[in-house]
Design a protein around this ligand. Structure first.
Ligand SMILES: [Zn+2]
Length: 153
């Protein structure tokens, strides 16, 4: 992180307490803070850092959900092999299976809760949809004229 300093400490500390998220405040109030972001390289860098942190958390928690779903799916497929393990290896796989299954379910529930917390407590969803709409706008501007005229009809 660059060793820059905020050029307005009052605004800077307010923004820091909000984790540089101004999406929740009214548009009139937001204008001053947006102005500060254009002026202040320090806060701009912090804003970028915090939003990428939010996105990273959202990605990690959704990956955790996927991994636990995958683990549960794998366990479902192991079930038919149970009798082989008991008959051939003499293992009591039933207990093992139930332990793994409840660990998988607990992990899934935990990661879904974590994902929900990340999506509600951080501006990651609005940040991502802003990026998506910006990309869409950018793409539309670069479409060939013939396609654009088709779309406007
Ligand atoms: Zn600043």
């Amino acid at each position: 992180m660059a060793r820059t300093r905020c050029n307005d400490h009052v605004v800077g500390s307010i923004l820091a307490s909000w984790r540089y998220d101004i999406s929740g405040i009214s548009p009139e109030m937001r204008r001053d803070y947006e102005h500060h972001f254009t002026d202040c390289a320090h806060c701009r860098a912090r804003l970028k850092f915090h939003r990428s942190l939010d996105v990273t958390l959202a990605v990690l928690t959704s990956l955790a959900v996927l991994f636990f779903l995958f683990a549960l799916a794998v366990l479902q497929h192991i079930k038919p092999l149970e009798h082989i393990a008991i008959n051939i290896f003499g293992l009591d796989i039933e207990d093992m299976y139930h332990m793994l299954m409840s660990a998988g379910v607990a992990g899934l529930i935990f990661s879904v809760i974590a994902l929900a917390l990340v999506l509600t407590a951080t501006p990651a969803p609005s940040y991502l949809s802003d990026i998506a709409s910006e990309r869409a706008k950018h793409l539309e501007e670069h479409l060939p004229e013939s396609i654009r005229s088709l779309r406007s009809r």
